[in-house]
Design a protein around this ligand. Structure first.
Ligand code: ATP
Length: 230
C-alpha cells in the first residue's frame, strides 16, 4: 500500500558553500541514500539572511560546486537563489519550487540542528512546514529542544511533537513533517578551510582536489578578513 503511494521526492540542501567540502558532499549523499530521496539538490545561497556575507562571490562559490559535482550524478546543483539575488529567504525558495512542481511532489528542506534552533527567527517560518518537510540533521549526543526552556525552545519542542515524521512519511506525503536524523558529521568546516588558506597552510584532503585547484588558480581566501588561521 505504502509503496504504491510513493511520491517523487526532492530534497534541498542549502548553504553558503564557501567553499564546498567533503562534509557537505557526504552529508547530502548519505541523506539521499538513507531517505531514498529521488533528487538531492545543493542550493547555494546568494546572501544568507542569518549569517555574515560569504567570503567570495556567488559566482566563485557556484563554480566550485559545479566542479565538485562533476561526475556525481547523485547530487544536483540548483542555482535559483543565486538567480534571485538579494538576501536569501528559505521560504521564498520553497514557495517558488512549490509553484513550479505542484502540490503532489514531496519536497524536503535539510538543515543542521544548529539551524533548527534559530528557526523561530526565520522570515515567515510557520509557512515552511506548509510548503515542505524539514529534515534536521543532529550530531549524535546533541540535545533537541525541550519544553520549558525559554520561548523559542518551547515553540520548537511543540513543533517537533506536532510534526514528527518518519522516512516513510516523506515519501507518502508532500510536506508538513519534521524529521530528525542522527548522523555523524565529518569534522570539516568551511571556516577552517578558509583559515588554513589565509594562514598559508594546505586544506588538501578536506575538499575535492579540483576545488582546491580552483581556489589556488583564483587566489581565493588569501586576504585578511577571511581568517588568519594562525
Ligand atoms: P562555515 O564554516 O562557513 O559556517 P560550513 O562548512 O558550516 O560553513 P555551510 O555552507 O554553512 O558550511 O553549511 C551548509 C550546510 O552543510 C549546513 O546545513 C551545515 O549544517 C552543513 N554542514 C556543514 N559542515 C558539515 C559537515 N562537516 N558535515 C555535514 N554537514 C555539514
Amino acid at each position: 500500500m505504502a509503496a504504491r503511494q510513493r511520491r517523487h521526492t526532492i530534497a534541498l540542501f542549502g548553504g553558503t558553500f564557501d567553499p564546498v567540502h567533503f562534509g557537505h558532499l557526504r552529508m547530502a549523499l548519505e541523506l539521499k541514500e538513507a531517505l531514498a530521496i529521488d533528487e538531492m539538490r545543493l542550493v547555494p545561497s546568494h546572501r544568507p539572511a542569518h549569517r555574515e556575507t560569504p567570503g567570495v562571490s556567488a559566482e566563485h562559490r557556484c563554480q566550485m560546486l559545479e566542479i565538485a559535482l562533476r561526475g556525481c550524478p547523485e547530487l544536483q546543483l540548483d542555482k535559483r537563489e543565486l538567480r534571485r539575488g538579494g538576501a536569501t529567504y528559505t521560504v521564498d525558495t520553497l514557495e517558488e519550487l512549490r509553484a513550479e512542481l505542484g502540490t503532489e511532489v514531496s519536497l524536503s528542506f535539510c538543515m543542521g540542528l544548529d539551524s533548527l534552533l534559530t528557526l523561530p527567527s526565520w522570515h515567515r517560518w510557520e509557512r515552511l512546514l506548509e510548503l515542505a518537510h524539514l529534515v534536521v540533521v543532529a550530531r549524535p549526543g546533541w540535545q533537541l529542544p525541550q519544553g520549558g526552556r525559554g520561548a523559542d525552545q518551547g515553540e520548537l519542542a511543540q513543533l517537533l511533537g506536532d510534526h514528527a515524521g518518519t522516512p516513510e512519511d516523506l515519501r507518502r506525503e508532500a510536506g508538513g513533517r519534521l524529521l530528525v536524523r542522527e548522523q555523524t558529521l565529518l569534522p570539516i568546516s568551511a571556516t577552517h578551510i578558509r583559515q588554513l588558506v589565509a594562514g598559508g597552510r594546505s586544506p588538501r584532503f578536506l575538499l575535492p582536489a579540483a576545488v582546491l585547484e580552483y581556489i589556488e588558480d583564483h587566489q581565493l581566501y588569501r586576504e585578511a578578513g577571511t581568517g588568519s588561521g594562525q
